[in-house]
Design a protein. Structure first.
Length: 110
């Protein structure tokens, strides 16, 4: 009886560990790691670095755009962004860094 209770508890813990993080979302079928940074001059200017962007440029750009929008909403309550490098940038002008990351940049426009 005691062994079956322990086995049940372990199985429940393992299944709980398999739950997907609700904050993660795939873009073009890929989960991307991102990092948002603000400029020192002002919080309204930011960059988002998307790792392993070579998997799918469209997905990486969507992930960066999503994180930038989330940043502006959290800090300014708006999703309006003036993009320097972003969703309207011609794809041939997007360049991956030597480490394979893609960086988007913009300014929150409250």
């Amino acid at each position: 009886m005691k062994k079956s209770a322990i086995a049940f508890a372990l199985a429940a813990l393992l299944l709980a560990g398999c739950e997907e993080d609700p904050n993660l979302q795939p873009f073009d079928g890929v989960f991307f790691e991102t990092k948002t940074s603000r400029f020192k001059d002002g919080k309204d200017q930011f960059t988002v670095t998307v790792d392993d962007a070579g998997q799918t440029i469209e997905g990486a750009l969507a992930a960066g755009t999503f994180e930038g929008t989330r940043y502006c909403i959290a800090n300014y309550g708006t999703s309006t962004i003036r993009w320097e490098i972003g969703p309207d940038t011609p794809r041939e002008q997007l360049a991956l860094a030597p480490d394979g990351s893609l960086t988007v940049a913009g300014r929150c426009d409250p």
